[in-house]
Design a protein around this ligand. Structure first.
Ligand SMILES: [Zn+2]
Length: 221
């Protein structure tokens, strides 16, 4: 092995990768034509850098499998996320109320108060009976409307009102208004209301802040 061989062997990896200078390339080619030793060395280098097709396929298969698994995981996460959003939306629709449309459910004609043996009854019939919630309100002498459990001035309280609410989702449901059961709710005795200075019972349209008087003290006695 000549001194030249050492130098050429240093160049061989670069030559094999085709990244050496033009001069080096010529030197290597000239040398390996006359030196079987270095030629063999070059062949060895070339074999080691060339990936066999079989190996290539195995690597590709592994990458493909990995991609499939990643796709599956991303897909599952997306499905869970979408289900979560749908469930949340459904819960929102089921659990959120809105006041019934006064015109659509003909509230002035379908809601009234009757007196039976001194007991006042809040009655609902027809389409209005598709309500889900009876929402009580108080009025005071200043014309304010107060929610049932809100702190209020007892001496100023002068009326009790009700608002019919329905689930938001009810607007999606078909409703033929045909076979709804009329509903009656005991408000209290006339005597009791007088004790509490309640002078009126009304339907409260909280969307338009409007009262529909259903009963007034002294007018029906
Ligand atoms: Zn050589």
């Amino acid at each position: 092995m000549s001194k030249n061989c050492d130098m050429i062997k240093d160049l061989l990896p670069l030559y094999a990768d085709d990244v050496c200078s033009e001069e080096s390339r010529k030197a290597v080619e000239e040398h390996i034509n006359s030196c079987p030793d270095c030629k063999a060395e070059l062949e060895k280098l070339r074999k080691s850098v060339t990936v066999s097709p079989q190996k290539d396929t195995a690597v590709l298969k592994r990458i493909k499998r990995r991609l499939r698994i990643e796709k599956l995981v991303v897909g599952l996460i997306s499905v869970f996320a979408i289900c979560g959003i749908l469930l949340f939306g459904l819960m929102y629709l089921i659990n959120t109320d809105k006041s019934m449309d006064v015109k659509r459910y003909d509230i002035p004609n379908n809601v009234y108060v009757t007196e039976h043996d001194g007991m006042l009854l809040f009655c609902v019939k027809d389409g209005a009976a598709s309500f889900d919630l009876l929402y009580p309100t108080f009025s005071d002498t200043n014309g304010n409307h107060l929610t049932y459990d809100k702190a209020y001035d007892k001496d100023k309280k002068n009326g009790i009102g009700y608002t019919l609410k329905q689930r938001k989702i009810s607007s999606f449901a078909l409703n033929d208004f045909g076979n709804l059961y009329p509903f009656a709710y005991q408000i209290g005795t006339v005597e009791k209301l007088k004790e509490k200075n309640i002078e009126k019972v009304f339907y409260y349209d909280d969307v338009n802040d409007k009262e529909y008087i259903l009963w007034e003290s002294g007018k029906n006695d």
